[in-house]
Design a protein around this ligand. Structure first.
Ligand SMILES: Cc1cc2nc3c(=O)[nH]c(=O)nc-3n(C[C@H](O)[C@H](O)[C@H](O)COP(=O)(O)OP(=O)(O)OC[C@H]3O[C@@H](n4cnc5c(N)ncnc54)[C@H](O)[C@@H]3O)c2cc1C
Length: 468
């Protein structure tokens, strides 16, 4: 078939780009090899994982909160088959939703594996070849497997393999304390597994604010998750009925299953990119500028195959921008306000600079305010007082540099910080604005007040102590 814009890959980046290009009047084809649209995110990533997070949260409420609030329901009991059915239903609704949006916007879904034949044609295995004027590459990423003896055991699974489990493992080892590892550790601890995390760096979620990582480690340990930081996994033995995972200096842990989640690599090989002159690096992905243009003028690249972030929402935005530029606009991606949500218990959500980054860039001209959830009425009535909100600004002009939050529903609340950073707001804008009362969102304003030394609901100290 002939089209104006061809999109290779139907994940968050690709389907967004395809819909946006079609909205702008392009005849658009999206080539996707899987039986459902939606990519890693909808099929085997964000959506099914967060459906389990919701099940875990329901158990937590039943275990820790219902009785306190005067609701008697008895001992909670996980029906894992029902939880999986719920997860599958959510995934089906979301992937089906993308297919409906394609129909509504007139995007043609070409089913099959695509590969560039030349700079204006994608050959599709098992489908019709697609010729195009502009193309957008959105092929995503794949889980990396470290070279460790024994890691090819069927008991060592990636996130897709873990999501496919029909039984809760009694003992789960998580190799890699990044976002995906910590989210699954949090879920499976709540599902009743004994969970051990092995991470070679000295902190969980290595890129995140130090205090947020430390708070998560503290809460995980309180919840009975065993942490082995600064330890490398050296070998895995499969006895046929269990695993012995070797790590550090001769230490071992027994497990029924090991989740291997040490990072994801960009999917850039076997796409014919070399032949058409699109430059890429196997580790960092396709080179693309802020317009999402590659080294070939009419070919764009977005999302995990071409990105630093590996987040669905950065892929969404890059998809919009690439499609608009492919249709003659002049748009750029602004990465100042990229939210960083982590769906652990407690949740973490940040935007902008971490405190460490702010101090590195602005030296002594940095002010920080921390407001603990224990001083927020809505958090108290929800029985969710672990964690805090941190406001970070530079003290010359008061520009807000970052917001870091640990605690209840912060992944939903972070949008306030995103808007503030995108608008180049000062800390006064946040602190002097009104927040509805009683809400969790008040804590963002309150953290700003603490940073300005004007706290009302806390003893008036610039840096209130984070409590848990
Ligand atoms: C367990 C897990 C949890 C996650 N949770 C979150 C979260 O909560 N929030 C968040 O923001 N991000 C999350 N992510 C990351 C998120 O899923 C990715 O950043 C996002 O899916 C990237 O979108 P994409 O469009 O670039 O790639 P993908 O979603 O990977 O989509 C790429 C698509 O291209 C298709 N494709 C590849 N090659 C070809 C080819 N040659 N021909 C045809 N089709 C092809 C693939 O089949 C796939 O459907 C999570 C990831 C994982 C693994």
């Amino acid at each position: 078939m002939e089209c104006d814009v061809a999109v290779l890959g139907g994940g968050p980046g690709g389907y967004t780009a395809a819909i946006r290009a079609a909205q702008l009047g392009a005849k658009t084809a999206c080539i996707e090899k899987e039986a459902e649209l939606g990519g890693t995110c909808l099929r085997i990533g964000c959506i099914p994982t967060k459906a389990w997070v919701q099940t875990a949260f329901a158990i937590k409420e039943a275990e820790e909160t219902f009785a306190k609030l005067g609701v008697q329901v008895g001992e909670p009991n996980l029906d894992f088959a029902a939880a999986n059915e719920w997860k599958a239903g959510v995934v089906k609704q979301m992937t089906g939703g993308v297919a409906s949006l394609f129909k509504a916007n007139g995007v043609e879904w070409v089913k099959g594996m695509g590969r560039f034949k030349d700079a204006n044609m994608i050959a599709v295995e098992g489908g019709e070849d697609v010729t195009f004027k502009q193309a957008i590459v959105a092929t995503g990423s794949f889980p990396l497997v470290p070279p460790i003896e024994g890691i090819d055991s069927p008991r060592c699974v990636d996130s897709e393999g873990l999501l496919a489990q029909e039984q809760v493992p009694g003992r789960l080892v998580v190799l890699g304390g990044g976002i995906i590892g910590c989210e699954f550790a949090s879920i499976f601890r709540r599902f009743g597994s004994e969970v051990t995390i092995i991470e070679m760096l000295p902190k969980l979620i290595p890129m995140e604010d130090d205090a947020a990582s430390a708070e998560l480690a503290k809460q995980f340990q309180k919840r009975g998750i065993t942490l082995h930081l600064e330890k490398q996994c050296t070998k895995v033995d499969d006895s046929g009925s269990a695993l012995t995972v070797h790590f550090g200096e001769g230490e071992t842990v027994e497990a029924d299953l090991m989740l291997v989640c040490v990072g994801r690599g960009p999917l850039v090989e076997n796409l014919g990119l070399e032949e058409i002159g699109v430059e890429f690096d196997k580790r960092t992905g396709i080179a693309a500028d802020e317009h999402r243009r590659t080294t070939v003028e009419h070919i764009y690249a977005i999302g995990d195959c071409a990105g630093y972030w590996q987040l669905a929402h950065t892929a969404f935005r890059e998809g919009e921008v690439a499609a608009e530029n492919a249709m003659g606009h002049d748009e750029v991606v602004d990465n100042r306000g990229v939210p960083r949500p982590i769906y652990t218990d407690p949740e973490i959500a940040s935007v902008g600079l971490t405190e460490g980054e702010a101090r590195e860039q602005y030296g002594d001209d940095v002010e920080v305010g921390i407001f603990p959830w224990v001083a927020n009425a809505r958090a108290v009535m929800q029985n969710e007082t672990v964690g805090w909100v941190k406001s970070i600004h530079e003290s010359r002009y008061g520009e807000l540099l970052g917001v870091v939050m640990v605690g209840p529903h912060v992944t939903d609340l972070i949008e306030a910080g995103v808007v503030a950073l995108d608008a180049e707001a000062t800390v006064e804008t946040v602190a002097d604005g009104m927040a509805a009362h009683p809400t969790l969102s008040e804590a963002i304003k309150e953290a700003g007040l603490v940073a300005l030394g004007r706290a009302i609901h806390l003893p008036n100290r610039k840096r209130a102590k984070a409590t848990a």
